[in-house]
Design a protein around this ligand. Structure first.
Ligand SMILES: NC(=O)c1ccc[n+]([C@@H]2O[C@H](COP(=O)([O-])OP(=O)(O)OC[C@H]3O[C@@H](n4cnc5c(N)ncnc54)[C@H](O)[C@@H]3O)[C@@H](O)[C@H]2O)c1
Length: 343
């Protein structure tokens, strides 16, 4: 276990100019909004391959371009002085990554190298990177600590681990300051009601369950109820997207030049699939029919974070610790935007 050096406040960086790659996506757009609320100057950089123009806060500017477009990156990073980058842009579907690994390596690794090279050239020395608990693969136990073996079992997880290595190597080579945030299951929607989750295809449990409540799906499939967990269904850690946005804001201020650090970002609470469905029934007042089907290959029984390190070193703890509150925020969004941003 890395020795905890304690909560180390840094000078108050009053107004920063931040480039947010993937700023039109689910987590990125919540982060853009939080940065704007804090008065920072934000440029979202997104190809819109998966994201939504409407998700980008009107106070930020949006550059529609691909991360692999070095010319565009040069124009943006060379045009103004940036204090840091938050790097969300990636493909993030495990199943898709198994079928088409090269597009994942190309998008998540090769294009990230283009970004880092441009940052180096233009003297941008801070980055906060969206990593994932998928870097642990099937951990030996839960809760998961940062010192557990890094053994991703999908191409998606491997691209994220490769990116962590790249950040660490750049920290050594040219003094980049980098923090990788290993999120568990991002969920919920902005308390503002203005933005929320709209993936296509949707693969995340909470929006799928809420689509059943909205009558858009007949039932929710439960992939296995014979795991060694308290109720037999898989256990995950659902971290609210506004809590993720808050830790990004803190992390970019606390990045140390020449150092790489990785932190778990989860609530520390494991919630089973059945518990999510039950909580959704009570939040929505709908029955939410289910069907139990075979386990999916590669689904670990239990994945939840030990968030002690991030709490100790970055002073972060989630505001949303109850699954009902997270589901309520998601339900508000899905009810008011049943077709997502297509309304
Ligand atoms: N959602 C989760 O539960 C979760 C969990 C762990 C890690 N993550 C990571 O967090 C990040 C954001 O996830 P999300 O759920 O918001 O995904 P998302 O698909 O909603 O957002 C990703 C955004 O990146 C953009 N993008 C992708 N490739 C690009 C490219 N080459 N150039 C420019 N823009 C590009 C997309 O258009 C999209 O707007 C991803 O890196 C993902 O791997 C997400």
């Amino acid at each position: 276990m890395r020795y905890c050096t304690g909560y180390n406040p840094v000078p108050n960086l009053l107004i920063m100019r931040i480039l947010v790659t993937g700023g039109a996506g689910y987590v990125g757009s919540h982060c853009v909004r939080a940065l704007c609320d804090a008065g920072h100057d934000v440029v979202a950089f997104d190809s819109l391959v998966k994201g939504h123009r409407e998700a980008v806060d009107a106070r930020a500017s949006l550059v529609v371009a691909d991360l692999g477009d070095r010319g565009r990156l040069n124009e943006v990073l060379g045009g103004e002085t940036f204090d840091g980058v938050m790097h969300f842009a990636a493909f993030a579907e495990v199943g898709e990554s198994v079928k088409d690994p090269l597009s994942y390596y190309q998008n998540n690794v090769v294009k990230s190298a283009v970004l880092l090279d441009a940052m180096c050239e233009h003297g941008v020395g801070r980055i906060v990177f969206s990593s994932t608990c998928a870097v642990y693969g099937v951990p030996p136990s839960a809760p998961i600590t940062e010192d557990m073996p890094l053994n991703p079992i999908s191409p998606y997880g491997r691209t994220k681990l490769a990116m962590e290595w790249m950040l660490s190597d750049c920290a050594n080579a040219w003094g980049l300051g980098a923090i990788a945030l290993r999120y568990f299951n991002a969920s919920g929607a902005s308390a503002s009601g203005a933005i929320g989750e709209d993936h296509d295809p949707e693969s995340h449990l909470i929006p799928l369950v809420l689509q059943v409540a909205l009558g858009q799906r007949e039932k929710i499939m439960i992939f296995g109820d014979d795991y060694e967990t308290p109720d037999g269904t898989c256990v995950r850690d659902y971290v609210h997207v506004d809590d993720l946005a808050a830790i990004h804001k803190t992390a970019i201020e606390k990045v140390t030049p020449g150092a790489f650090a990785a932190y778990n970002v989860g609530t520390g609470q494991g919630t089973s699939v059945n518990a999510v469905i039950d909580a959704s029934r009570s939040v929505t007042g709908h029955q939410i029919p289910t069907e139990v089907v075979d386990r999916r290959a590669g689904d670990p029984p239990s994945l939840f974070a030990d968030p002690a390190l991030i709490s100790c070193e970055l002073g972060w703890s989630p505001k949303y610790s109850e699954i009902e509150a997270t589901i309520e925020s998601a339900w508000d969004w899905h009810r008011s935007h049943p077709r997502g941003f297509a309304e």
